[in-house]
Each structure stands twice: as C-alpha cells, then as structure tokens.
Design a protein around this ligand. Structure first.
Ligand SMILES: CC(=O)N[C@H]1[C@@H](OP(=O)(O)O)O[C@H](CO)[C@@H](O)[C@@H]1O
Length: 829
C-alpha cells in the first residue's frame, strides 16, 4: 500500500521535467486528459508540461505508456513491487526531522471533536493504526516565537473516522475539555522512532541521494533526486543524470525487475533498464540545446566538406602521404592531424611551390645573374660622435650637423605619435643549437644585469620615449606601439615571457602581438618526381615560419596596418630580434628617412669578409616591358633598376669575392651588409599587405628532423646535412616595389649597432651570445661617462645622459635611473 502524496506540486521541485513520447496514440490520449499540449501538430512528439494534472499524468498516462512500451508488467505482482514510505518523504520534513532530534511527523491536529477533549487528526503516515490507536508516548509540535516547541503527550486511544482524507479521532491524557484540546489545534503530532520496514519497503529520504548504477556495465549514470509516489501501484524514481547525457532527469519505475538491487548501506541502486528506457525517458531538448546541436552538426558537416576538399587538393599536388597517420594512432592523434591539416593554407603552399620549383642548386652558387647587379652608389654614414659633441656643449649651438638634425626631427616624429616599431621574432633559431628550445628574444646573454634581448629592446624604447618628451617639450610621454611578430613556433612562449616580466616596464597596451604564417617543409630529394612534405611525427606535418617577408600579409590580415593608420603612424621601424645592439625606434633613422622623403630606410654596416652570413644591398637591373607597348606591334623592354638584397644563401661565389678599389683601399665590392633594421612608410606597408603584392617564396635548405614510413614502420630521421627545404619570404623583396629614389640607405657603425646572436657559442664562432656580449661591453667602455644622478637640474645634462643610456649605457644599469623621472623634478628643469 502506498499513501497519497501531500501537496504534490510543492514536492515537485521547479518546473516539471518534460516528457517526450513518440506515437500519435499518445497524442490522442493527451488531448483527452486535457493536461498536455502537443509540441507541434505535425510532430509525433508530445511535450508534456507542468500542470495541475501532473499527478494524473504520471499515474494514469506516463507510467502506463512507459510500462506498455517497455513490456514491463503494468500491474506488477507484489513480488515485483517495491514500496516507498511517503510519511517520511517531504524534503521539508526531512530537514526538520534532522534538526530537531529525528522527529517524524505522523499527523496534523485539525480540530477538536466533542466536548471531552477528543482531537481530529489527519494522517501523514503509512502506519496510522500504530500511530493513532496504539497507546503510548507521542509529541506535539507547535510553533512559538517562530521556533518549533515540542510537548510530550500520552496517547490513550484512537479510532479511524471516514472522510475524504484519512483521519482519526484521538484522546490524549490530561486533555479532557474542549478548551484544553483546542490549544493543540494546528499542531503536528510527531514521533521519534521509525517503524522497521520489510525488505522491499524504503523510506523516500533513504533513497534520495543514492547513486544509480547500470548493473550490466557498472557505470554510474546518475543520482536519485526524488521519488514520485503516485498513490497507485508503482512508484517512480526521479534520477538526475551525472554522466554527461543530454537528458538531465529521467524516471525509472521502482519495480524489482528494473531496480533489482537497493543497497542501503552502499547508498546505491543497481538498475537493469529494458532497452530504450533511458532514451524514452529523455526529456525533450531545450530550444538552446537544439540550436547548439544543430550548430554542432553544421560545424561537423563543414569540417567534413573542408576535409574532402583538402583531400582533393592533396591528391592534385601529390601529397596524400601526409594522410597516412589517419590509418594508425589514437583517435586524438588523428584528430590533431586533421586539425593541423585544416589549419594549413595549402593554396598558399601551392603558390609557394610554384615560386621555388624546380629547386635550384641550393649550395652556394657558382653563377647567377651577376651582370645585372651593382653595388649601391654613395650614401651617408651616421656619425654619432657628432651628436655626443653637440650634447656635451654647455650651451646649445645651432651649428649642428646632419645627425643632430635627424635626431631632433626623429624625436619630434616620436613625440607626435607618428612612428611604430616591429620586432621580427618568429624565427625558430635552429642555428642556436640547444638554446633554440627557448625563443631568441629571451635567451640569457650572460650580462651582469641578466637582461635579455627583449628587455634591452624594451628599455631602449622606454628611454627614447622619455627623450622625445624632454627634447620636444611635449606635455605627455609618447607611447610607441611595439609590434612583436611571432609564429606558431614562438607565440605562446613569447607572450608568456612578456607577461611574466610585466612588459619590462612598458605599458602592456603598447605591445601588440601578431602571428605570422607557417609553411610545410619539403624534402630536398624527390620521390616519384615530387618533393614531399616532411612529417615531424606520423600525425604532424613539419612546418616552419614562412620567413620575415610574411610581415606585411600578417599585419594586413590582422588589421594592424589600419590600426596604425588610425593612430596617425607614418613610419614603422622593423628589425630582427637577434641584434643585441639594435637601436629601437632610432630617432636618427626616422629623421633621416623622413628628410629623404623615402618609403624605405635601410641601415647597413660594412661587410667584414666574403663569407660573413649577411645579405648585401645592391641595385638590381631588370628588363621589363615598356608601358604601353602592349598596344604596339613590337614589345620594347626597358632597364628597370631597384634596390634588392643578395642574400648570403643565394649570392654567387664571384659576387661574394668581388673587390674594388676605394679611397679606403681595396674592399669587397658588395659590402653594404643588410642588418635587418629597416624603416617602411605606412603607405608602402599598406600596399605590400595587399594579396596581389604578396612577396615570392624562396627555398632555404635546412636540416629537418622528420619521420618516414619504411614498410609498416615509422622511422625517425635525424639528418647530418641539410635534407629539407623551408619555404620563406624575405622582407627585402619588398624593396623592388619602390623607385630607387624612394629608398634611403644609411650606413651605421657595426660596433655601435650590430651584434647579432645567430649561432651556438663555440670557440672561433662569431655571432653568438659571447660575441654579442663582448660587443656590448666594448661599447659601454667606449661611451663617455654617465652621470647617473636623477637630480640633474640641467635639461641638457639630462638629455645627454638619456642619450648615452639609449646608445648602451643603460645595459648594465637599472632602467629606473634613466626613466620614470618624477614629475616635480621635470617641472624644475
Ligand atoms: C631574409 C633576411 O632578412 N635575412 C637577413 C637576416 O638573415 P638571418 O638568416 O636571419 O640571419 O639577418 C641578417 C643580418 O643579421 C641579414 O644580413 C639577412 O639579410
């Protein structure tokens, strides 16, 4: 027997679970009982919503439908029946029971009866005879001052009376008059002990919270959150799914056949659901879930379509071997491969192949189009001594040279917010050997101060900002945008490094990260007429950053050029991260480029030896079709000259070793070494960012670790000689977009401005952290002494010191000695 539930709606938490049933019979039935509404007239699904008839719904409809669909006996025989005891069921009651010493409500004292103190009690228990007829100790709970108060009473006798609700008339000891008895009206009769139950009887609160386990697999699918005692033959367990199933709550008929094990001590039930029960029970998806699911399906379809397109493309370019990983490995490895392949721009890769194939002889060339190259004609050399001398004078003199003028003009450009800086920091630093595990900008140069390349560069930026403010008398300190170009290989580490170092004192908003593209690497050798894409693992294509010439496309694609234009930037200095002496946001260089009205500024140093690994700036002559000749019968070609760089990996031996007589004696003919410190006007950058002006790719031979298949095995290949080709764009290929007179070359002193870190440190090896550190120390020793006092009252003296700090004096010192001068001191100047 089961008791009817009190206040059904109150017991059901929140809006009721929705049920979905397939089949039009359900539809008809639902309409008849009038408590349901169809999700849509055409849909066979019915959404049963919360209504007053919920109880009827569960009792008469849901369960019978469930049971008949699942072929479970709709009227289980007593042997199959489980019974829940509702008098202990209300969650509210349960709380009170716990809080007040395990009292159990058994009846509600509704009224007095007669004049001799009899009380009319509504039953709240499954054991009314025991509670209301068996004499003995009971408790009456009433409320006083908002708290429950308990009085011990003694039941003398009781008898059942008829009526709509199960009720009893009881007589308590000492309550002999109507007046006395009426004090108890509205109170609750409670007991302290629970009657023991048979094996198949359970108190609802004992069931609530039990884990629900699938008997067959041992998998936990949820937890019982409520028990619905319909008052009929069968109760329903409400189970909240905890296994990530899309359905949140389901109903399980509490019959032995479906719930064979109830482990009270272990707080778990084991269920044996007939096929389809869990699904049938699933609530309908919410609108949001449906939308989400639709979107997921759409995404999946898109991915499938893209992957099909990708396969076609790979087949067309003969690179399907990179899909072989999909035949082995774990699901997540395969997924990684798919994700990577979908992220690669194979159209761009195909264009790159067109640029580089057939591969030329990648060893130093014996010959090239040498006759078309010539060294640049004379260009100025920035003599910093001139600036020192000028700043050292007691009084400012108007008699100053070029460098002083460029410096002052450059500082004005900086103060006016017309410049930005880009550091090229996407390279993989393969030549650095072991140090290549971190990004170049962060490597330890072995300086006493422990400063890294990034830190030195950031500090120069801070100092030059300060200088610009002081020299121009600007009210506020300018904030030069510093764009850090990273790649897949360096991005995460670089960004974390800046954050960890609190942007070296810069405003984090002035540092913008932009990631350049990567390109698959190809095998130097050919298999079946093809250079195959190399694989780093069976599930990962070997990729490398696509060279510093990818800058313009990356800046354009990521909206940086437009952003710079909005900020009023006219010139952008671009430099390679590996130069320990680079003058970041160099005012002299900006002033010079601006004065020349150039779109490109190029810093060069004198090349030291034919084999130094630097590109050399030259003038390149190309025969191009004369404009307008397409309309005439004959095609006329004209000689078009532009600047270019003969990269060290591409220069022919004859040009490398060619010499000429100069006033300084015999020198290399091509000696204007490109140090990768250039300025671009923003208007040119914008043009270079357009897809139609994408720079060409070059093949760069490298040692590339990879795997290849031998039979069914994957074997690792660790090459000793260059075995692969990286596809790279070179930034200086942009020079050809400019007329000769729009490119301004500026020579600077190597010992002041060029200390590259390229190679792993070893005796006799140049361009290492050791050689860079030596150059830094040598520069510091050559600089005039700094007076580090912050209380310098002379603006001139302060500027002089800041300028020395900019050139290198701050390298081993504390940056706060130079910048962050407090405002009061400045106003005294
Ligand atoms: C494509 C490119 O910019 N190459 C530059 C660049 O070469 P690296 O391969 O990064 O060392 O830096 C050199 C100066 O350190 C410069 O001489 C050369 O031209």
């Amino acid at each position: 027997m089961a008791m009817a539930l009190r206040s059904t709606c109150a017991r059901v938490p929140g809006p009721l679970q929705e049920f979905v049933f397939a089949g039009s019979r359900g539809h008809a039935y639902a309409m008849r009982i009038g408590c349901l509404h169809a999700a849509s007239a055409s849909s066979p699904a019915l959404v049963l919503s919360h209504s007053q008839s919920y109880r009827l719904l569960v009792e008469k409809f849901v369960f019978s439908r469930l049971v008949s669909r699942l072929n479970v006996r709709s009227k289980p025989s007593p042997a199959f029946q489980r019974r829940v005891i509702s008098s202990f069921a209300s969650p509210i009651l349960e709380t009170e029971v716990r809080d007040s010493g395990d009292f159990v409500e058994v009846g509600y004292i509704a009224d007095t009866h007669g004049v001799h103190g009899e009380l009319h009690v509504y039953s709240l228990t499954d054991f009314p005879e025991e509670r209301f007829e068996t004499p003995g100790k009971r408790w009456v709970r009433s409320k006083a001052m908002g708290k429950h108060v308990y009085h011990e009473v003694e039941l003398l006798q009781g008898r059942e009376v008829g009526g709509k609700r199960p009720s009893w008339l009881i007589k308590l000891k000492g309550f002999n008059s109507i007046e006395k008895a009426s004090d108890l009206v509205g109170s609750t009769l409670v007991v302290t002990e629970r009657p023991s139950l048979s094996d198949d009887e359970f108190y609802i609160p004992d069931l609530v919270g039990m884990a629900v386990i699938l008997q067959e697999s041992g998998q936990e699918i949820g937890v019982i959150v409520d028990v619905y005692n319909t008052g009929g033959d069968t109760d329903l367990l409400q189970v909240k799914r905890t296994d990530g199933s899309s359905s949140q709550k389901i109903w399980i008929p509490f019959v032995k056949e479906i719930v064979p094990i109830v482990d009270k001590d272990g707080r778990r039930v084991e269920i044996n659901p007939p096929a389809g029960l869990l699904e049938l029970n699933s609530p309908g998806e919410s609108k949001d879930e449906k939308v989400k699911r639709k979107q997921e399906l759409k995404e999946k379809r898109k991915v499938r379509e893209r992957f099909a397109g990708l396969k076609k493309r790979l087949t067309a370019i003969g690179q399907t071997h990179i899909l072989e990983g999909l035949l082995s490995g774990t699901e997540s490895q395969q997924q990684d491969l798919v994700n990577q392949l979908l992220s690669i721009d194979f159209a761009s890769f195909q264009r790159a192949l067109q640029d580089v194939l057939p591969l030329p002889d990648l060893s130093p060339r014996q010959q090239g189009h040498d006759s078309r190259r010539e060294p640049p004609s004379a260009f100025p050399c920035a003599n910093w001594q001139e600036l020192h001398t000028w700043l050292d004078q007691e009084e400012s003199s108007t008699e100053n040279g070029d460098v002083c003028r460029w410096w002052t003009d450059g500082l004005q450009l900086i103060a006016d917010g017309r410049v930005a800086v880009v550091v090229l920091a996407g390279g993989q630093s393969t030549r650095l050997g072991d140090n290549a595990s971190t990004v170049k900008g962060s490597i330890d140069l072995g300086l006493v101060s422990g400063k890294s390349l990034f830190q030195l560069q950031a500090e120069r930026l801070l100092i030059v900002q300060e200088l610009a403010k002081l020299v121009t008398g600007s009210e506020s300190r300018p904030c030069i945008p510093w764009i850090v170009m990273t790649s897949d290989a360096t991005d995460e580490y670089t960004q974390a490094y800046f954050e960890d170092n609190e942007f070296f004192g810069l405003d984090s908003a002035q540092v913008w990260f932009v990631k350049q593209d990567s390109m698959p690497c190809i095998d130097l050798d050919m298999i079946e007429d093809r250079h195959r894409i190399l694989l780093e693992t069976p599930w990962k294509v070997a990729q490398a950053p696509g060279g510093n010439g990818g800058l313009f496309t990356a800046l354009n694609a990521q909206g940086i050029i437009d952003r710079l234009a909005e900020e009023g930037v006219d010139y952008v200095q671009v430099y390679a991260v590996d130069n320990a002496l680079v003058r970041v946001a160099d005012p002299v260089f900006f002033g010079y480029t601006n004065e020349r009205g150039a779109d490109i500024g190029v810093k060069v140093v004198t090349k030291t030896s034919p084999d130094e690994a630097v590109g050399v700036v030259c003038i390149n002559h190309e025969m191009v079709e004369e404009e307008g000749s397409v309309y005439s019968d004959t095609v006329n070609y004209i000689d078009k000259a532009h600047y270019s760089v003969l990269e060290y990996s591409q220069i022919s031996n004859s040009l490398k070793h060619a010499t000429e007589d100069t006033i300084e004696g015999r020198q290399l003919k091509f000696r204007a070494a490109h140090i990768c410190v250039n300025i671009f006007s923003l208007s040119l950058m914008k043009m270079l960012g357009l897809p139609k002006n994408e720079l060409q790719f070059h093949p760069v031979s490298k040692k590339i670790k990879h795997v290849k298949q031998q039979g069914k095995e994957w074997v690792e290949v660790i090459p000793e000689r260059p075995n692969g080709v990286k596809l790279e764009r070179f930034i200086f290929d942009s020079f050809k977009f400019c007329d000769l007179h729009k490119v301004a070359l500026l020579e600077v002193r190597r010992e002041d401005e060029f200390a590259p870190v390229k190679n792993a440190a070893a005796p006799e090896v140049s361009d290492t952290v050791n050689t860079a550190r030596c150059m830094i120390n040598s520069l510091i020793s050559r600089l005039p002494c700094l007076s580090l006092s912050k209380s310098d009252s002379q603006l001139r003296q302060l500027v002089r010191n800041l300028n020395l700090a900019y050139m290198g004096g701050s390298i081993e010192a504390n940056i706060s000695d130079f910048v962050c001068i407090d405002e009061t001191e400045q106003s005294e100047l």
